[in-house]
Design a protein around this ligand. Structure first.
Ligand SMILES: [Zn+2]
Length: 600
């Protein structure tokens, strides 16, 4: 059996920390100048090296050096072989106390810790308390911890590690020096994985616990791409593959192990959408079904793919600048090779078309979360995208029904009666001039869309956006409704994410719930998220994101939601959605002359 590669290849010195140069530099400097703080907060995503760094700090403080180079003071370069260093690396040191706040979160645990803090270090110079996931502590435990931080003994250092610093009380944060651990870049992870494979393969077989690891570089890249910027996940995937794969590990093996969609499929379905091949799209879904692909996962991966295309369009003008590309790579997990492959799609696709695709798949994703059939939602989304006239008609129909209901009152009988007419005839005719105008507009937009050569393609997204209004009739654009805002929400969030990650984090689980003029009500999942969203210029950032996505800078008003279910609205016949799901499907199917595939 293989040993844990993550444990084995944990960084042991500040210099081995990958992707956290700013943290390593500052800590080394503090150790060397004797200005180590009493308490640190290490904040950042999981698997980015927070507790490893805490241990390195502990070693730096307590290292006694080698016989020929003894250390009587803390050192920025712990030797790694003295008793102190070894004990810390193996979690055996009596002076380094690691505590997981997820399982020791009560006041008694912290009281116990406080009592022990009073004693001098057993063997080393410093006692180091590492509290992992510190945000999990109870309020009482935080208060007890605060007392300790207020009167820290001279030879104690606290490291509070957390993936959710916003849940740590301000009173605690203000007494700590804070470091934010960044997600490492893709190529950092690839380099680290390659180094691990090399070191593993240099070992004797019996030492390794298995045959040498044979893995293609492209497979390493695939692992890195899907590790969400966490070393631990990346190394964990490598370990899993090394244990279970036979022969050379290829990119396909990685995707299979992770259960993610083959990149080729994402490119293919995007091409199908761009070419508006409805039949091909539905056959594609059938193929996914035959291959046992998980639809929600597929949609998630597809949205990620489209998001990368989208961001690439917007960043292309800055793409001659390497630094900008690196920033891009970090935010969307893009690497050079993927960028090269994505560029043709980014150049061919009309930005509006792309936005509509992301909106549509985002809606499908939400509908699936709300319990609707995944396959049908995927098919519906693909049909809407490949036949924009269908969606335009449906939207017009919906609008007409809404007005009808507003004047008649929403009885079940009337709704059903209203459906019979439109559903019977050809869509555009039944839906009236509004739909015809919308369909015509869609057709115009369609012809104006993807030019086939790179030369003709809009050079930048901005240029394209400037060209677009000449084609689109402003008066023909659909009125802004809360439904449209909801559909665009995913995209608004992605815009926010590129500007302000903190705000994105607090909005991630929020939902727009009502619209009045230019004011949109956003239902927040927690009081904390609500306060966070209201801070500083956040409302303006959100308004800009709305403007970029919907063309109007909506002002957000945040309210606290009772529960996530409530944000979805009442379960029975909500007046704002006159067409329920089955009716919409029925209607859409009747409007289509596409072949229908058998459903379970
Ligand atoms: Zn040492």
């Amino acid at each position: 059996m293989r040993r844990s590669l993550y444990r084995e290849y944990r960084p042991q010195t500040f210099d081995e920390l990958v992707g956290q140069a700013h943290v390593a530099r500052t800590l080394k400097n503090a150790v060397e100048t004797g200005t180590v703080a009493h308490a640190y907060v290490f904040a950042g995503p999981r698997g980015t090296g927070k507790t490893s760094t805490a241990r390195i700090l502990a070693k730096a403080l307590n290292c006694t050096g080698t016989p020929d180079a003894p250390r009587t003071q803390p050192t920025a370069h712990p030797c790694g072989i003295c008793e102190q260093c070894r004990a810390i690396a193996e979690s055996m040191s009596l002076d380094v106390i690691e505590m997981d706040a997820a399982s020791n979160r009560s006041i008694d645990d912290i009281r116990d810790l406080r009592d022990r803090v009073a004693y001098a270090p057993v063997e080393g110079r410093f006692k180091v308390y590492i509290i992992d996931e510190v945000h999990m502590l109870t309020r009482e435990a935080f208060n007890a911890l605060l007392k300790t931080l207020e009167e820290p003994p001279g030879n104690v250092v606290f490291v509070l590690a957390t993936t959710e610093p916003h849940k740590v009380p301000e009173t605690i944060l203000s007494r700590c020096q804070r470091f934010d651990f960044r997600r490492p870049q893709i190529h950092d992870i690839v380099r680290l994985l390659a180094r691990i494979v090399e070191s593993e393969n240099e070992r004797p077989d019996e030492d390794r616990g298995g045959p040498p690891i044979e893995i293609q570089e492209a497979a390493l890249l695939e692992i890195a791409r899907h590790s969400q910027g966490g070393f631990r996940d990346a190394i964990g995937t490598l370990e899993k593959l090394a244990s279970y794969s036979e022969g050379v590990i290829r990119p396909g093996d990685v995707l299979e192990a992770l259960g993610v969609t083959q990149t080729d499929l994402l490119f293919e379905v995007t091409d199908i959408c761009m070419d508006r091949q409805t039949g091909e799209a539905l056959r594609f879904v059938q193929r996914l079904a035959n291959e046992g692909v998980d639809y929600p996962q597929f949609i998630r991966d597809l949205i990620r793919h489209l998001r990368q295309v989208f961001l690439l369009q917007h960043l292309e003008e800055a793409a001659d600048d390497d630094a900008a590309l690196r920033v891009l790579g970090q935010t969307v997990e893009l690497d050079d090779e993927l960028t090269r492959r994505l560029l043709p799609q980014a150049r061919q696709m009309h930005p509006r078309e792309l936005v509509r695709m992301i909106e549509t798949f985002g809606q499908a994703q939400r509908d699936i979360k709300d319990g609707l059939d995944p396959r049908l939602q995927l098919e519906l989304a693909l049909v809407k995208i490949t036949r924009p006239q269908v969606e335009a008609s449906a939207a017009a129909l919906e609008e007409r029904l809404r007005r009808l209901e507003a004047s008649l009152g929403p009885t079940r009988h009337q709704r059903e009666a209203a459906h019979v007419g439109p559903a019977a005839g050809p869509a555009a005719q039944a839906a009236g001039p509004a739909a015809q105008a919308a369909a015509a507009r869609a057709a115009v937009a369609g012809t104006a869309a993807p030019p086939q050569t790179a030369d003709e393609a809009p050079q930048t997204a901005d240029e394209a956006a400037q060209k677009a209004p000449a084609v689109m009739q402003p008066d023909a654009s659909p009125p802004l409704t809360i439904d449209r805002v909801k559909r665009a929400w995913e995209l608004v969030l992605q815009h926010v994410q590129t500007v302000n990650v903190g705000l994105y984090a607090s909005l991630r689980d929020a939902r727009p719930s009502a619209l009045a003029g230019d004011r949109v009500t956003v239902t927040m999942p927690s009081d904390f998220a609500l306060r966070r969203a209201q801070e500083g210029a956040n409302v303006d950032v959100l308004a800009t994101a709305f403007a970029a996505t919907l063309g109007r800078p909506l002002q957000a008003e945040f309210v606290l939601g009772e529960s996530r279910d409530e944000a979805r609205g009442p379960a029975t016949a909500p007046p704002e959605t006159p067409l329920d799901y089955t009716e919409t499907i029925k209607l859409t199917k009747q409007m289509l002359d596409a072949e229908e595939l058998d459903e379970p």
